[in-house]
Design a binder for this molecule. Sequence first.
Ligand code: GAR
Length: 321
Amino acid sequence: MAEKAKIAILVSGRGSNMAALVYAAKSTDCPYEIVLVASNNAEAPGLKLAEAEDIATFAHSHQGLSREEHDKIMHDAIVHSGAEYVVLAGYMRILSDGFVEKWVNRMLNIHPSLLPKYRGLDTYQRAIDAGDTVAGCSVHLVTTELDDGPVLGQTEVAILPDDDAERLASRILIAEHQLYPKILAKYVTREADPAWILNRVRERALALTETHERESFGSPGWRVGSEKTGKYFAYFTQKLHGEASVGLLVKTSGLDEQAALIDADPDLYYAPKFYGKSGWIAIRLNTGRTDWDHIADWLYKSWRLVAPKRLTKMIDIADQF
Ligand code: GAR
């Protein structure tokens, strides 16, 4: 199994979501491990629980410090722990923009509502008062807006006719404990998920001038030029022609370049079956270490090799200025 993703959890209080994550991480096939539990409150019950589970803990009160100063202390402790992701689990602090920006796409939060509904506090009572029939919880990426950011997963929880905020909260909490470990596992392994990889390739291929997508033998491919006369400059392969790997096929200048690439980095490049004979090269995309700028450069190079002259000329002229 690939190396586990390292997680720091931030808590302010009870820490039941933290406990759910800690217990989930004990399973050998869990793709993450908890390397730190940190808090702004040295008395947080969650810290004691983490200590008992032999997890490193850190606490530093925010009192008397500016938001930036306190966040910097927490950030340093997280970096020191070696964590790659920050997971907020009832961390009741608004974070400074500087802190959030340091963890873009690497910080998750759980919130007890079906976002974008009911950001902030009192989510249960607000859902009941609004006459909603369902409430729930959401796991989302953290952005500089409070309880905002792309939602990664949600669980709906029915509101019963005699529910009060406390009863509803306790049922939503059960849902939270199941949702958070599951979504975190999915998120930290996203780079091995062919659907996620395909979307990243697609974004970059379609960002090039006059391109469109068309399937070829069951694989997504991208062409430059008109729908009628366009030419393929890239294919996404997932078990294409019997290949096991998830890869991107792009054009090289020919067989010499193809051979040189494979010679220089055989872990990254391979000669694809069928297309390989005409000088295409395959780049592995499921190594977990994909350099997406490099992929964008390859797509552009390949695009140039087949793009109509009128398009490449336009770009060359623009490049002179
Ligand atoms: C959880 O219900 C969580 O969704 C909520 O605080 C509680 C923490 O409980 N978070 C927010 O409201 C964030 N805006 P826990 O400490 O037992 O995990």
